[in-house]
Ligand binder design. Structure first.
Ligand code: PBG
Length: 324
């Protein structure tokens, strides 16, 4: 390799067309997934205080947001349901006429080409805010897995292209795969939240979904932020159980984990740029402390550079508009 002055790396940084020619990582709109929150009713659009620009919407308004996402070429939407009534068993989650199931049916009828992914977890549906059935002060694994499998089948029956279990119960991917196949939904894919850390970065989401646990936390199910070998074990296990894609979540404090999972698995890897990551950018931008557009572009590019094929992000629409 010739040394300075023969070699001058700045030659390839001289103009934007040259930089563009040699750019190693480019995030395409079709790599992005936009999370959406659906509530009961019609004409509802409710701002989420800690996530400026994100709203809870009723099914009719959700359809408009999804149409816009489709028009922008965004790869898909991820639906979260907030039911009018919650109970100890989270029964709204596996009701075939529940808030998400109805929204999926509507989306797949009106926008059949848009990829619809559903979050499979009970925390938005339980009165105590935990991800499953409580037994002796903790979430009971095996009885919860049964309900998650039921929930996934109702999502598939409504037309979801992909179901995304986010609960972190052991064995749920295998149980969901078996339930889907048994019910005639062999073509419904599973995007597993395989590597989900017990993170403070989910704070604003729990406002959005009204799913903050009433007691305790999620550390008996979600992973310890200190662990990366365990992440690989979780990802491999989920692939063996039938996950078509695996996710790492959150994204920014875990770029090394995204890279490690990318290198260890050959299925598509998704990364979730979560609510707290979004809220911090919005808060600083509102104060004029950072340049939001540049921060978002840099952030999403870094997640892709770390190895994510798919990025779930609340910035999706802005990112695509800014990239035009
Ligand atoms: C659970 C779920 C959570 C998120 C996605 N799915 C919350 C949690 O585990 O506490 C967080 C998403 C975000 O913070 O943007 N259903």
């Amino acid at each position: 390799m010739p040394k300075f002055p023969a070699y001058r790396p700045r030659r390839l940084r001289r103009t934007e067309p040259i930089r563009s020619l040699v750019r190693e990582t480019v995030v395409h709109p079709s790599d992005l997934v936009l999370p959406l929150f659906v509530v009961e009713g019609t004409g509802v659009r409710r701002a989420i205080g800690s996530m400026p620009g994100v709203e809870q919407t009723s099914e009719d308004e959700l359809l408009r947001d999804a149409e816009e996402a489709a028009r922008l070429g965004i790869g898909g939407v991820l639906l979260f349901g907030i039911p009018a009534h919650k109970d100890e068993q989270g029964s709204g989650g596996y009701d075939e006429n529940g808030v998400v199931q109805r929204a999926v049916r509507r989306l797949k009828t009106e926008l059949p080409g848009l990829v619809v992914i559903t979050d499979v977890c009970l925390c938005e549906y339980t009165s105590h805010g935990h991800c499953g059935l409580i037994h002796r002060g903790d979430v009971d694994n095996d009885s919860t897995v049964e309900l998650l499998a039921r929930m996934a089948v109702t999502h598939a029956a409504a037309g979801a292209d992909v179901v995304a279990p986010s609960d972190m119960m052991d064995g749920r991917v295998g149980a969901i795969r078996a339930a889907l196949d048994g019910a005639g939904f062999a073509q419904t894919a599973i995007l597993s939240y395989a590597v989900k850390y017990a993170s403070a970065f989910y704070g604003p989401f729990r406002d959005a979904a009204g799913s903050a646990p009433e007691f305790g936390d999620r550390r008996t199910a979600q992973m310890d932020p200190a662990n990366v070998r365990e992440a690989l074990r979780e990802a491999r296990l989920d692939v063996e159980e039938g996950a078509d894609m695996v996710m790492v979540k959150p994204a920014l404090a875990y770029l090394d984990v995204i890279r490690a999972v990318r290198d260890a698995c050959d299925v598509p890897v998704a990364a979730y740029n979560v609510s707290g990551e979004y809220a911090m950018v919005k808060a600083a931008a509102q104060r004029g402390w950072i340049d939001e557009e540049r921060i978002v572009k840099e952030t999403l590019t870094s997640i892709a550079r770390a190895g994510a094929d798919i990025i779930l992000t609340y910035h999706a629409k802005d990112f695509v508009r800014w990239s035009k």
